[in-house]
Design a binder for this molecule. Structure first.
Ligand code: GDP
Ligand code: MG
Length: 724
């Protein structure tokens, strides 16, 4: 026989609903061993008898009074096949706390929204359709004491019991990356004991263990995996305490309140102005339909100002440090291939990436701070509607924002997205968001080919274009490769709180260090490869080396002012290096690429130097910031590749006067740089997060294709409009 349990807060109307459902067919007794009343009865549905059990009222399944323990124990066992969650509609948010726990029990839940008369009288108005789809079960509005809605409830029960209710859906309550990770570890330990894992719901048990509920601790006493489980629980709690600055019970409670608050904020169309908490009042402004977005934009502008203004100083110091290292190494080390690898390959390559560390760390610090205060959840909440238009969710928005610093932590941040489709779409579109490395290329190119104001517009335009493309591609992917139902889910709104500084630093470090580790691994390897390709076979040419060395020696003894000599020496170095570069494998490769790039970068086929673009763009595959340094080498111009200040460099001179690029093709170059294949670090992260070679390949290929198409369209349209 099917058993249905009635669960809900005290005084939500459970017994009233119970009586309405069972009529006179019920029995009142006691729960085993205690004096708490047990009420059970029968309900006739199409000739089938269903047992209904009225449980003692409880605010939470973790609570510890006698009544509450009975309800909790009964629901955790497998006795009930279906749960009716009775909710007081006039007090929905508080009632939903228990619901977050009921949702963990992996059983279908029918929601009774009782006390609708009270709610209406107080001026509460709810979007029931939305509530139903967010809760993943039928929502039946009732007025229990007038038996209104009971017939609909019976119908809903019937269709759910027959397994024919399309509204039933498993709703995951997500506790955030850190907690979810620990829950998985605990579940794994629970899995060691097969009996335990099959008699309990492992995730639910893990949640209770994190709350240190005595019930759950008693449950594992008998298990042979007891020690392993306890050890894991203790280390998880320690980890969470250090990371999030609170004990397990508090952390779970915060997420549950966040879920309830987010859900109510979403479905509440109107609410009485009385009895609003501080969080409610803040949210009335920060998640306001119209005010929310301008406030968010203002906050983000402030974040970027802080990041770039403050970041400029350490960025310059690191830049100077690397130029100094570069000069010293060049002066001190004996000439040769190893020195060249170090001086021309590794130092500038790694330096080009490391200068961004302060910017990335500051941006990630600001985001971690905003996340820890609870504001980022609001940002995701207000962007949710907008993102839905584009086939994405509000949760996809945070990774895109992080991507503006660096795509690597951006891709990693998609971990918080539960649905696999949503997550993959976000991973695939997030490299389209322009990162701070690409900014260097725009600054160089726009600064060279445009006047200051159009240049600024071009640079800002690239960032908007990146975002717009991410949105459009999100929609395209949703309509093509990732079709299927796009179920709404609750956007959690946790209570606001003052961040714990230590925890914020840990979060900043976690987000930022992904970027740093990139410099040590992928970039180091990539820089070595780029160096090899751009120096061989020329570097082994004895005659050139001899000529270069004798010229140098001659210059050194020449009787001219020291500054002139330095300039001449620098010119000599550059000429020598260009000679090597222009005959290198990279140059050959660039020439091979030339026909493919010609339609966008050389539409008239009259730039002898067009192959150099291909070399720079290929090097940019390692890291986009390397494009600048490579351009300097191929164009025989010394650019301080590791400095952000390229305003007056000889490289700009070379690009403007010798490269043959025009403002239009330069714009195409910027657009191409924005969109094409993300850097090696991002590709690595995409591979790690999707665990799929084919999706990673897809990401590279569609990026290249899209980049080519848009750059080409820009040139074609530009020329049609009469631009050169
Ligand atoms: P329980 O503690 O959850 O079992 O709640 P009860 O069923 O005992 O109901 C508590 C009180 O609320 C009783 O006085 C009911 O008559 C009243 N009640 C139940 N449903 C409604 C309703 O829909 N509207 C109003 N105004 N009162 C209700
Ligand atoms: Mg009762």
């Amino acid at each position: 026989m099917v058993t249905v349990a009635l669960a809900g807060n005290p005084n939500s109307g459970k017994t009233t609903i119970f009586n309405a459902l069972t009529g006179s067919r019920h029995h009142v007794g006691n729960w085993a061993g205690v004096t708490v009343e047990r009420r059970s009865g029968f309900l006739e549905l199409e000739g089938e008898s269903i047992e209904v059990v009225d449980l003692p009222g409880t605010y939470s399944l973790s609570a510890q009074s006698e009544d509450e323990r009975i309800a909790s124990r009964y629901l955790s066992s497998t006795e009930a096949d279906l749960i009716i969650n009775v909710l007081d509609a006039s007090n929905l948010e508080r009632n939903l706390y228990l619901t977050t726990q009921l949702l963990e029990l992996r059983r279908p839940v029918v929601f009774v929204l009782n006390m609708m008369d009270d709610a209406e009288r107080q001026g509460v108005s709810l979007d029931l359709e939305m509530l139903q789809s967010l809760l993943g079960g039928p929502v039946i509005p009732t007025i229990g004491n007038r038996e209104e809605g009971i017939e609909q409830l019976r119908k809903a029960l019937q269709s759910v019991i027959q397994g024919q209710d399309a509204r039933i859906r498993q709703i995951p309550v997500n506790y955030g990356d850190d907690i979810e990770g620990e829950l998985l570890k605990i579940e794994r330990e629970i899995g060691r004991d097969e009996h335990l894992a099959s008699s309990q719901i492992p995730r639910w048990l893990a949640l209770q263990l994190i709350e240190r509920s005595p019930e759950s601790e008693a449950l594992i006493q008998a298990s042979h995996a007891k020690t392993a489980i306890t050890t894991q629980v203790n280390s998880s709690l320690e980890f969470l305490e250090a990371h999030l600055g609170a004990d397990g019970g508090t952390l779970l409670a915060e997420h549950r309140f966040g879920f309830a608050h987010g859900l109510v904020t979403e479905v509440l169309k109107r609410q009485p102005l009385t009895k609003r908490s501080l969080t409610d009042r803040l949210d009335a402004i920060l998640t306001h339909r119209w005010l929310g977005i301008p406030i968010f934009l203002a906050i983000m502008i402030a974040v970027y100002c802080v990041t770039f203004v403050l970041g400029k100083y350490p960025q310059d110091w690191i830049g100077y440090g690397f130029s100094w290292l570069h000069q010293e190494a060049a002066a001190v080390l004996p000439q040769g291939e190893l020195t060249s690898l170090l001086v021309d390959g590794i130092i500038p390559g790694v330096g080009a990436v490391v200068v961004f560390v302060p910017i990335i760390m500051l941006l990630m610090g600001c985001i971690a701070f905003l996340e820890d205060t609870g504001y980022m959840a609001r940002a995701a909440f207000i962007m949710d509607r907008l993102m839905h238009l584009m086939g994405l969710h509000g949760k996809s928005f945070i990774p895109l924002i992080m991507g503006t610093g660096c795509n690597v932590p951006g891709v990693q941040a998609t971990r918080t997205i539960e649905s696999k489709e949503d997550r993959f779409i976000t991973i695939l579109v997030s490299p389209l968001v322009s990162c701070s490395a690409r900014l260097q290329v725009y600054i160089l190119i726009a600064g060279t080919f445009f006047k200051p104001i159009p240049a600024a517009f071009a640079i800002i335009g690239m960032h908007f274009l990146g975002f717009a493309l991410a949105m459009i591609m999100g929609k395209v992917l949703r309509l093509t490769l990732f079709r299927g139902v796009n179920n709404p889910f609750v956007m959690e709104l946790p209570p606001y709180r003052m961040p714990v500084l230590k925890a914020t630093f840990i979060h900043m470090w976690e987000k930022g260090s992904v970027f740093l580790s990139r410099a040590g691994t992928v970039i180091l390897a990539g820089a070595t490869l780029v160096w090899f390709l751009s120096h061989y076979p020329g570097i082994t040419n004895r005659a050139w080396t001899a000529e270069y060395q004798s010229n140098r020696a001659a210059l050194q003894v020449m009787d001219i002012p020291a500054t002139d000599r330095d300039a001449k020496l620098a010119q000599l170095d550059l000429t020598h290096e260009s000679r090597i570069m222009n005959t290198s494998f990279a140059a050959r490769f660039g020439k091979l690429l030339q026909p493919a790039l010609a339609p966008i970068l050389d539409p008239d086929r009259k730039r002898p130097e067009a192959w150099k673009d291909g070399v720079a763009l290929t090097a940019g595959f390692v890291a986009k910031e390397i494009v600048v340094g490579t351009l300097a080498v191929v164009h025989q111009a010394s650019a301080q590749s590791s400095s952000t200040d390229v305003r007056v460099s000889p490289l700009q001179d070379a690009l403007r006067n010798r490269s043959g690029l025009t403002p239009l093709t330069a714009l195409a170059f910027m657009i191409f740089t924005l969109i094409y294949t993300p850097c090696l670090g991002t590709v690595g992260m995409i591979l790690k997060e999707t665990r799929s070679v084919s999706w990673t390949t897809f990401s590279i290929v569609y990026g290249l294709g899209l980049a080519w198409l848009l750059a080409w369209a820009t040139v074609v349209f530009g020329r049609a409009l009469g631009f050169a």
